[in-house]
Design a protein around this ligand. Structure first.
Ligand SMILES: Cc1cc2nc3c(=O)[nH]c(=O)nc-3n(C[C@H](O)[C@H](O)[C@H](O)COP(=O)(O)OP(=O)(O)OC[C@H]3O[C@@H](n4cnc5c(N)ncnc54)[C@H](O)[C@@H]3O)c2cc1C
Length: 362
């Protein structure tokens, strides 16, 4: 008889993967569902030339204690190189770390460990609804997922850990009896969106790594010249990111990718009048709807329903000692929530062995 998962983690971003890895290591039957076809969330990569590269720039700091421990645990610590970064308008240089083959290796190592410990990751599964099933012995959860071909699948599990945005949790829990106050507090978390344009250029613009743009007439707020930090590598060009933060009411948010590209490029030309369209070999725009929580009421990782947990960026602003929306804070939070779930379920005997299991999907 196939087992059903004891815990379903919704989202294979860094938070979901770190929590799922810890839970799987502790012997829980873990199933991760991810709406996209790859893992990584905001930290996702794609192949550029002969390397993997993040769609949104990510770098490590020396004080990213939790991230550095994670690299160590996964045997990837020696992959990190530290570089001096030159920030426009700032005196001195800041040390920033970047893995030898990008963050793709971190994401791959996490997914590998989850599956090695018997966990399963389903890609292309969007969780649309979470409901409660009342059984004689105990209540369980049922998650309705929709797949790319529009068919839907039901997943039964004991506990649910949701790692997407607070608003999304409010949207997919209408079948649950969540107190109105709690649902409102989820909906009250507001986010700014982000549009990052990745450019593969023929040559660098300037020698600096990062330059801010605070003037309103620039659609982006920062230029990051990744190749000025890590060198040319095998990307097939010089890597430059333009990162813009938006309210979704901004007209640019609904424009097509090529329109956004044109606006970003025009603004870039203002700072570099000799720049030509032919200086750009290729480009890719990445939109992140829930990039930066800007207002959040007191929301907690324990929802009012036993067995339903949320571990989302907005919680970082509320947890003591963490105030930055960085990978490091996500890892700390994910480890905490995994411990909390384990402690709440101590009465349940972990499954033995690490053989993969099939899950009932009705
Ligand atoms: C522009 C930008 C730059 C950044 N730069 C840095 C940096 O240099 N250094 C640093 O430390 N941090 C940086 N960060 C922060 C870092 O990216 C995040 O802290 C971290 O990646 C968040 O991970 P997460 O898993 O919590 O969320 P996400 O990465 O958003 O992952 C959530 C996952 O859940 C999935 N999901 C959501 N809803 C559903 C659903 N209903 N069904 C199925 N799947 C679902 C999503 O597809 C996604 O894969 C940056 C963030 C941004 C936006």
């Amino acid at each position: 008889m196939p087992h059903r998962p004891s815990i379903c983690v919704i989202g294979a971003g860094l938070t979901g993967l770190v929590a799922a890895r810890k839970l799987a290591r502790n012997g829980f039957r873990v199933l991760v569902v991810e709406q996209h076809s790859t893992a990584g969330g905001t930290l996702s990569s794609m192949r550029i030339g002969h390397e993997y590269l993040e769609l949104i720039p990510h770098h490590l700091r020396k004080n990213d204690r939790n991230m550095l421990s994670l690299f160590k645990e996964l045997g990837l610590f020696d992959d990190i190189s530290w570089f001096d970064s030159y920030w426009y308008g700032r005196a001195g240089r800041k040390k920033l770390g970047y893995p030898e083959r990008g963050f793709h290796t971190l994401v791959s190592a996490l997914t590998q460990e989850i599956t090695d410990d018997g966990g399963i990751i389903y890609y292309g599964y969007t969780a649309l609804d979470i409901s409660l099933v009342c059984n004689e012995d105990k209540d369980t959860y049922q998650i309705t997922c929709v797949l790319a071909d529009c068919t839907s699948v039901l997943i039964d599990c004991d506990d649910v850990l949701f790692t997407g945005s607070c608003r999304n949790l409010a949207h997919i829990t209408h079948s649950l009896d969540l107190p109105t106050d709690y649902r409102d507090s989820l909906m009250d978390v507001t986010y700014r969106a982000n549009m990052t344009l990745l450019l593969v250029m023929k040559s660098p613009l300037t020698g600096c790594f990062s330059r801010p743009f605070n003037e309103d007439h620039y659609p982006f707020q920062r230029i990051i010249q990744h190749s000025n930090l890590v060198g040319e590598r095998k990307y097939g060009g010089h890597i430059l990111y333009l990162s813009g933060s938006f309210q979704t009411t901004h007209p640019m948010w609904t424009q097509s990718d090529s329109e956004v590209f044109k606006s970003y490029f025009k603004a870039l030309q203002k700072t570099n009048p000799t720049l030509l369209r032919s200086d750009i070999k290729t480009w890719r725009l990445t939109r992140t709807r829930y990039a930066l929580p800007i207002a959040f009421p007191e929301t907690s990782i324990s929802t009012p329903l036993p067995g339903l947990y949320i571990c989302s960026l907005a919680m970082i602003g509320n947890s003591s000692g963490n105030s930055e929306y960085r990978m490091d804070s996500c890892v700390a939070l994910a480890n905490d929530i995994a411990d909390r779930i384990r402690d709440n379920r101590l009465t349940i005997r972990p499954v033995s062995g690490s053989a993969p299991v099939d899950y009932i999907c009705s």
